[in-house]
Design a protein around this ligand. Structure first.
Ligand SMILES: Cc1ncc(COP(=O)(O)O)c(C=O)c1O
Ligand SMILES: N[C@@H](CCOP(=O)(O)O)C(=O)O
Length: 485
């Protein structure tokens, strides 16, 4: 059978690598590829835009329809809009709230955007439920299998397990940092009871897990042999699906006729980069406020222009206990006017000396839209208590990091501030109870989670050990495979 020409060679919307040394690909190829072959991250060659009337029209529309309209321009030529619309409809049928992403007002002109009504109670479901459908569709159409790896600090892993368990096309390997996530998060990964899901407890941090995943992608013979794909936010399809809720929330609050600001609890910089994409597409965003816990590399970088890795400190918002923040590379590429050479230099410096600096001009470009601050552990707990007392609303610790930062930051009171609520408080019951004395219960459909049988494999934080495990257990590897994208 003749080999398929890559989509990009067939005149589709092209995606380019932030490091400039990988072949351009089309949307579905990028979705299956994960990391670019030069170690960089894919972004579209140009940002599509939506006109103000289209944005205004999102208010009150079903969320799945908004997704189809926002994502379609990124997939022109690669995927029929009717297929995308079907996938979106099916994806959001798994959600437990009719609005999918409801907005709740907690103070004058301050809103919480609840992104946790999906099957694993975190914002990751919003993109993962679409991504699994996109990948299954592409793999089935091509008659291919795939080995999916994912590094998680707690939430991406559970969302991936839920989205891919039972997939006929894919085997999923989830790397989580042993002992550094909540019990609920761990159980969501270890109780799938599906042959195609492998939960790997890594003796290390999330940064170790993510470095191993990138190492697997950068080992081209391995990558090709197992047909490697990734569902972390290195995958552009994850990010584009997350752009949708910025549009939905802003339109509900009067955009495009009114500016809206967002505070985003941040770790791997994927969620907030999706906000940047929304701005590039024409959404009038006043400000994107990056909120970190004490693992504040992003806040320090935006303050000083120097990205300097330190040891990670365990916190009550474990999903944000991250130092090497993958998607910052995409922002660097933008801030360097899309010149891949300084991106390569920065990434080489990061690999060699754990740090790099950006020019004053690039820092200025970042600060035009982004600002940043951190919340210490006592501020997080105090915010959970205060918001509960004053607004009768229970925040999870990640959302509380964002709320604490939003409250500290000087702001124009006439501009609505939307705080992204990335997880349900019941995923972190110990931290919430310690902060305010209330122990949030899991919803009914997860009430038996604590009693389900757990299966996981402990491995050292070692690239070769993980690669060997995957080679042995991946059905894509044992079926034999040709070159991947
Ligand atoms: C609950 C929660 N909040 C916030 C974040 C940070 O999001 P991002 O990594 O996209 O910056 C994560 C992890 O990604 C998370 O799981
Ligand atoms: N906080 C994340 C870390 C991985 O982020 P991703 O957005 O790149 O998948 C998690 O919960 O796993």
């Amino acid at each position: 059978m003749p080999r398929r020409a890559p989509e990009a060679a067939r005149g589709f919307v092209r995606y380019i690598s932030t490091r400039g040394e990988a072949p351009p690909l089309g949307f579905m190829d990028v979705t299956l590829a994960g990391l670019a072959r030069d170690g960089g991250l894919y972004v579209p060659e140009t940002w599509p835009t939506l006109d103000p009337a289209a944005i205004a029209g999102f208010a009150g529309r079903p969320y799945a329809e908004v997704l189809a309209d926002v994502v379609a321009p990124f997939a022109v030529g690669s995927l029929a809009t009717s297929e995308l619309a079907r996938m979106a409809r099916e994806a959001y049928e798994t959600f437990r709230h009719p609005a999918v992403v409801p907005l709740v007002q907690v103070a004058p002109n301050t809103f919480v955007l609840e992104l946790f009504h999906g099957p694993t109670l975190a914002f990751k479901d919003l993109a993962m439920q679409v991504l699994s459908r996109l990948m299954d569709h592409a793999l089935a159409a091509r008659g291919e299998r795939s080995t999916i790896v994912v590094a998680t600090s707690g939430d991406t892993g559970g969302a991936a397990v839920e989205a891919f368990r039972g997939s006929a096309q894919a085997d999923l390997f989830v790397l989580y940092p042993q002992g550094r996530i909540s019990d609920v998060q761990r159980r969501m990964m270890t109780t799938a009871g599906a042959d195609n899901v492998h939960a790997l407890a890594i003796a290390g941090t999330f940064d170790d897990c993510q470095a191993i995943v990138k190492g697997l992608f950068n080992d081209h013979p391995f990558r090709d042999a197992v047909r490697l794909s990734g569902v972390n936010s290195i995958n552009f399809a994850r990010l584009v699906a997350q752009v949708v809720y910025y549009f939905a929330a802003a339109a509900a609050l009067g955009a495009p006729h009114r500016k809206v600001a967002f505070t985003v609890p941040t770790g791997n910089f994927g969620d907030v980069f999706s906000g940047y994409v929304a701005a590039r597409m024409g959404l009038p965003i006043d400000k994107l406020l990056v909120a970190t816990n004490v693992n504040d590399i992003l806040a320090r970088t935006l303050a000083t222009g120097t990205y300097q890795v330190r040891d990670v400190v365990p916190t009550t918002s474990p999903s944000m206990d991250i130092q090497v923040s993958s998607n910052f590379e995409r922002l660097l590429f933008e801030a360097f006017d899309r010149d891949p050479r300084p991106v390569r230099a920065a990434m080489a410096s990061l690999a060699k000396s754990q740090s790099f600096s950006v020019t004053a001009r690039s820092l200025g470009a970042m600060r035009a839209l982004f600002s940043a601050d951190r919340a210490a552990e006592e501020e997080v707990a105090a915010t959970i208590r205060t918001v509960r007392r004053e607004a009768g609303y229970l925040l999870d610790p990640h959302t509380a990091v964002a709320m604490a930062v939003a409250e500290k930051e000087p702001r124009d009171p006439s501009i609505p501030m939307v705080v992204l609520s990335t997880a349900h408080p019941a995923k972190f019951p110990d931290a919430v109870e310690a902060a305010c004395g209330i122990r949030p219960a899991l919803p009914d459909w997860l009430a038996d989670l604590g009693g389900r049988l757990e299966t996981s494999t402990m491995l050292p934080a070692d690239l070769a050990a993980v690669a060997t495990y995957i080679r042995t257990h991946s059905r894509a590897a044992s079926a034999g495979a040709g070159a991947a994208a």
